[in-house]
Design a protein around this ligand. Sequence first.
Ligand code: TYD
Length: 133
Amino acid sequence: MQIVKYVFQQHGDERGQLVALEEHKDIPFEIKRVYYMYDTGKGVTRGQHAHKSLEQILICIHGSCKLMLDNGKEKKIVSLEKPYEGLYISNNIWREMYDFSSDAVLMVLASDVYKEEDYIRNYDEFLKFVNMK
Ligand code: TYD
């Protein structure tokens, strides 16, 4: 499984840094939704699902967290700790987010609006779904 991390252009000067993200330019899809997680408790694991068709870019814009990505055959662990780095997650990938620092803000750019029917929330169902492909 290939891990795709984008390093966004930083527009830095003596005032500080700025990152700008445009769909189909910095982000490889149309951005239809943005959501973010913060105040994540110590020891908490979030995610624990896959999507049938959604694509996402995850950016830890403050603090840090870890992600476990699983394509049904292979698992990889990725750290997110830079506000200018984005982790691309395609459809059909089981993901778990954990080890959030107390100040972590994890922002997600998504290719579609929230649709519960796009989620696979059961791991055995996920394995069946990816193995049918
Ligand atoms: P949940 O899917 O449990 O978050 P995660 O998988 O990241 O741990 O979502 C938490 C709640 O937020 C749940 O009630 C659904 C709601 N939600 C929305 O209403 N819109 C969204 O875009 C997302 C991601 C979640």
